[in-house]
Design a protein around this ligand. Structure first.
Ligand code: NAP
Length: 304
């Protein structure tokens, strides 16, 4: 059985940054990532708020650079899905078909796109319903699309979609946005963007593909429908922590609770990035978490 001082679960910005720090500290560690690397960041078309890149770059490019940097300092990234962890004298980490032993763990498991859970959403996923404009936007050349949400995610998706679609409706349940002002300004200035405010989607309808979305006013309960070819859902994230239930303490939404050093309720286990209960989820804050968790982990390893 392979034994490590630390197993990092997740190779997004948090896990890769932890990898840079652990590598430089000469800790014996491995990073397991289900899909490869980069987490949700690889779906960002353009990142303009990560310092050091004044002209911006794509999420994929940034993640590739982080991976290269972690590997330069000795990080080994293996494509494996961790599905169980057991606490024995050390930890047993079940990664794909393999079980490895670890003295400590950094949970950098990230999050996934939150679902609306309305009729038609599941049925039309891949047939007009999408959670990723960078992946599917080009299929909507000259078409009408809706984006659901009022955060940075929704605005980034909507602005990207204006490259292809003829019309982009931003549908949001309030008439104020939590998205950054700069993104809201850009959307307001774009003639292809139209706002449908104080409405929530209640059903997505179509035949072989999406044809329309049924909306309900959050003010009057009045129902309305909007013809469209695509529905991009950007209503936030839910953490990939299902397999950790009962192992570490979480909040009611499944985000992992940590202290200031990013220790979880399980001694020797740390959490970093979007899977952690915290207010601000950005690539830069995930990287900050990655560094802090690696320092705390080293401190822990020196004592055991
Ligand atoms: P978010 O900030 O949590 O925003 C989710 C949006 O969806 C909110 O406007 C929310 O409405 C709405 N919403 C949630 N549940 C809904 C439901 N059931 N029905 C209808 N609307 C619903 O999520 P996000 O935009 O995905 O961003 C997640 C994190 O990543 C944030 O920290 C964000 O700053 C970051 N991010 C940053 C960038 C960037 O900087 N370019 C890009 C993408 C994401 P309310 O406002 O009414 O709650």
């Amino acid at each position: 059985m392979r034994r490590f001082d630390c197993v990092v679960i997740g190779g997004g910005p948090a896990g890769l940054t932890a990898g840079i720090y652990l590598g430089r500290a000469r800790v014996n560690f491995v990073i397991f990532d289900e899909k490869g690397f980069g987490g949700l960041s690889v779906y960002s078309d353009r990142i303009e708020n990560y310092p050091g890149f004044p002209d911006g770059l794509s999420g994929f490019e940034l993640a590739q650079l982080m991976k290269k940097q972690a590997e330069k300092f000795g990080a080994k990234i293996e494509i494996k899905k961790v599905h169980k962890i057991q606490k024995k004298a050390d930890f047993k980490v079940f990664a794909g078909e393999e079980v490895v032993e670890a003295k400590s763990i950094i949970l950098a498991v990230g999050s996934n796109f939150k679902k609306l859970n309305i009729p038609g959403e599941k049925e039309f996923t891949g047939r007009g319903v999408s959670y990723c404009a960078t992946c599917d936007g080009a299929f909507f050349n000259g078409k009408k699309v809706c984006v659901i949400g009022g955060g940075d995610g929704a605005f980034s998706e909507a602005l990207f979609l204006t490259k292809f679609a003829e019309k982009v409706f931003i549908i949001h349940r309030r008439d104020e946005f939590r998205a950054s002002k700069i993104l809201v300004e850009r959307a307001k200035q774009n003639p292809k963007v139209e706002f449908v405010l104080s409405f929530v989607p209640v059903e997505i309808q179509g035949e072989d593909k999406v044809k329309q979305i049924i909306l309900k006013s959050t003010k009057t309960n009045e129902k309305n429908f909007l013809s469209c070819d695509g529905v991009f859902i950007a209503v936030g994230e839910s953490p990939n922590t299902e397999f950790l239930k009962g192992f570490v303490d979480m909040d009611e939404r499944g985000f992992i609770i940590t202290d200031e050093k990013l220790s979880t309720s399980q001694k020797g286990v740390f959490a970093a990035g979007d899977c952690r209960a915290k207010e601000f989820r950005q690539i830069i804050t995930a990287c900050g978490d990655g560094a802090v968790s690696a320092f705390s982990c080293q401190e822990y390893l020196e004592k055991v």
